[in-house]
Design a protein. Structure first.
Length: 366
C-alpha cells in the first residue's frame, strides 16, 4: 500500500520524487518588522525537503491581506529576498516548493492591517472567529474579527492585480510555482460560499457568479507565470472561519470544472480534519475526478494506509500530511521504514523562535 506513495510523478515541468506533500501550515515566525521569511524558516523547510512537494505557509499578497501577526508576505523586495533564502535551501536538498498566496479578506483585525477596515465579498462579519494580533509579547493576543466592507469593482480589480504581482514575485523568489489559497474561509472562499456572499452584481448570486472572482484571479496568475506553475486549494466541506455553502457538492463540482477549463497544474482539497469529522463523500471525490483532469491532492487526517488507498483507487495523485510533518522532518523516511512518528508540541505552533520549529530530530534507530 505504502509503495504507491513513493512513485515519482510529473507536475508540470517538475519531476517529483514521491507523492507525499507537505501542505501549508501557518507558523508565524516571519522577521519583524517587515514580515519577511528568514534563516530560521529556510532551515525548517530544508529539513523537510524529502517531501515530493512542499507548499509553504500562507503568504499575504499585500499589507491588507494579512490575517494574523507575524505571518510572511511576498509584496516587498525584502520579503522576496527572504523567501529566496528558503527556496535556495530547499532546492539545495533536492526539494520542490510552491508558495501559497493568501488574502484573508474579513478574517483579520484592523491592528493587523494598519488600522484599516477589512474587505470581503460582502459586509458580513465572520461569527465566532478570532485572530491573533501582536500584543507586545511573544504570546499572541486573540481578538474578535470585525465587520468588513463590501469590495467595490475597483477593489476587486486591485486585488486581482495584487495576486498577479505576487505570482511574479514568487517566481522571482525562486519558488517552483504558486498555490492560490481559495479555502478555509479566506477571501476567495468568501466569494465562493453562498452564505458569505450576498452581492447582487456579477460576483454574487448563482454559482457561476460566485466563482467569477476565483476565475479572474487564476487567469491573471496564469497569464503571468503559466498554467504549469499555478495550483489551487479548495475546502468544499469545511466551515472554517465562518464560511458555509448551502450546496457544496454542486458548488465545488462546478469549481473543479472551472479549474479544468483553466488548466491549472493541480487542485488541492483540504478535507475536514477535526477528530470526529465526517469523511468527504466518495461520490463527491469521484465527481471531482471526472470533472478535473489534472493532478489532485487531498489533505486532512491521512495515515499511510488511507493515503495509499486514495492513490491506488485513483481519486488522488498526491496526499498531504500536515501535522505529522511538524514533528517529523524526515516523514517520508519514517513512512517508508515504518518508523514511529513523534508528536508535535501544540504550544509552539504559532510564534516564538526555534523551539518547536527546528528542534524535532530525524529518527535514530537505537
Amino acid at each position: 500500500m505504502k509503495n504507491a506513495l513513493f512513485q515519482p510523478m510529473q507536475l508540470g515541468n517538475l519531476t517529483l520524487k514521491n507523492r507525499i506533500v507537505m501542505p501549508p501550515m501557518t507558523r508565524s515566525r516571519a522577521s519583524q518588522p517587515g514580515n519577511a521569511a528568514n534563516d530560521m524558516m529556510a532551515e525548517y523547510y530544508a529539513q523537510r525537503a524529502s517531501a515530493g512537494l512542499i507548499i509553504a505557509e500562507g503568504t499575504q499578497i499585500s499589507a491588507m491581506a494579512q490575517g494574523y501577526a507575524w505571518t510572511p508576505g511576498i509584496y516587498s523586495q525584502e520579503q522576496i529576498t527572504g523567501w529566496k533564502k528558503v527556496t535556495d535551501a530547499v532546492h539545495a536538498k533536492g526539494g520542490a516548493i510552491f508558495a501559497q498566496l493568501w488574502h484573508v479578506g474579513r478574517v483579520t483585525h484592523p491592528d493587523n492591517i494598519g488600522g484599516q477596515q477589512p474587505i470581503s465579498s460582502s459586509a458580513i462579519k465572520a461569527e465566532n472567529v478570532k485572530v491573533f494580533i501582536d500584543n507586545g509579547t511573544d504570546e499572541p493576543g486573540f481578538v474578535d474579527v470585525v465587520e468588513p466592507r463590501e469590495m467595490t469593482k475597483q477593489d476587486i480589480k486591485n486585488v486581482v492585480s495584487e495576486y498577479r504581482q505576487a505570482a511574479l514575485n514568487a517566481i522571482e523568489a525562486g519558488f517552483d510555482g504558486v498555490e492560490l489559497h481559495a479555502a478555509n474561509g479566506y477571501l476567495i472562499n468568501q466569494f465562493i460560499d453562498s452564505e458569505a456572499n450576498n452581492r447582487d452584481d456579477e460576483y454574487g448570486g448563482c454559482i457561476e457568479n460566485r466563482l467569477r472572482f476565483l476565475g479572474e484571479v487564476i487567469e491573471a496568475m496564469v497569464d503571468a507565470i503559466g498554467t504549469d506553475r499555478v495550483g489551487v486549494r479548495l475546502a468544499p466541506f469545511t466551515s472554517l472561519n465562518g464560511t458555509v455553502d448551502k450546496a457544496p457538492v454542486e458548488t465545488y463540482t462546478a469549481a473543479a470544472i472551472l479549474l479544468d477549463y483553466l488548466n491549472v497544474v493541480y487542485m488541492h482539497i483540504a478535507e475536514v480534519d477535526w477528530d470526529d469529522a465526517p469523511d468527504t463523500p466518495s461520490e463527491f471525490k469521484q465527481a471531482i475526478r471526472e470533472a478535473y483532469t489534472g493532478t489532485i491532492i487531498y489533505a486532512g487526517r491521512y495515515n499511510t494506509d488511507k493515503a495509499g488507498q486514495a492513490l491506488i483507487s485513483g481519486v488522488a495523485d498526491m496526499v498531504g500530511f500536515g501535522r505529522p510533518f511538524i514533528a517529523n522532518p524526515d516523514l517520508p523516511s519514517r513512512i517508508k521504514n515504518d518508523y514511529p512518528l513523534a508528536n508535535h508540541e501544540p504550544s509552539t505552533l504559532f510564534g516564538g523562535a526555534e523551539k518547536g520549529l527546528l528542534d524535532y530530530p530525524e529518527y535514530q534507530a537505537i
